[in-house]
Design a protein around this ligand. Sequence first.
Ligand code: F6P
Length: 323
Amino acid sequence: MKRIGVFTSGGDAPGMNACIRAVVRAAVYKGIEVYGIRRGYNGMIKGEIFKMESSSVSNIVQRGGTILKSARSKEFMTREGREKAFQQLQNFGIEGLVAIGGNGSFTGAKLFYDEFGIPTVGAPGTIDNDLFGTDYTIGYDTAVNTALDAIDKIRDTADSHERVFFVEVMGRDSGYIAIPCAIGGGAEIVMIPETETTIPSIIEALRTGWNRSKTSSIVIIAEGEVEGGAMKVAAKVQEALPDMDARVTIIGHVQRGGAPTAFDRLLASRLGIACVEGLLEGHKSMMAGLINSKLVYTPFEETFTKRKLINPNFTKMVEVLSV
Ligand code: F6P
């Protein structure tokens, strides 16, 4: 393999730049050419492809976002879209790809290999940490620390005004962000998509706290939990507890930005190099990840069809720690 392409796709995540840098530098180190593809699969379809050198990735290891831009491409999900992308890669002589993204990105990459034979090795880049085949995804650690910082600040004002705060963190299908925020942020209750937390149980937990002379409380809610997010949960609880002084905070896309933590820079660098090495070793449709600190390659299909289970003891921990 003499020439590879690299792109970022799906929701951006802090550390994507560090990963791009690692891919480019590892390719240069191995003596192969590397091309950047802008705007994910959309840019691949349109031919937004350019040659990258070692200097193209100077001064980005510490920056949030992605210098290659990102997108969720509807067109690539069609056969015609993938055919156009293949033609563009042929025009540029690109023989293999590194995809930095989440499950949508890897679903597309697998289809692309099955139909057109272009191998892709992926690095897990998503704040959600919801990919099977790696203990941690790039951006997760930073997102948790960003959310936790916000929760610490919310705690100050909750305490001053003796209020209940319903705080929503990201996580479309998983509670991976919510759990450490609840444990590390000293929350009374956590609601995640993987387990059921009923409205009556929240009401009971709040009442128990008040009976123990607690004057402020924090409820952490993952955006994808079944009741429909923090606004809805707060409204339902308020109905049953009309005297409760409550506020809702949705932390939102703040969690997707900012400088990556040391952990994310290291993870991104390690996995970026592993992607290039994986391609050169002949891997196709595989994601590089870390399990128990060891580098592993997992078939794309498993990364999005198998579910990485959250430790059920963690929700219990929140209950125990809020006595
Ligand atoms: O997948 C990462 C994520 O941040 C999810 O937690 C969230 O549900 C989603 O992306 C938001 O996507 P968008 O930026 O397209 O609104």
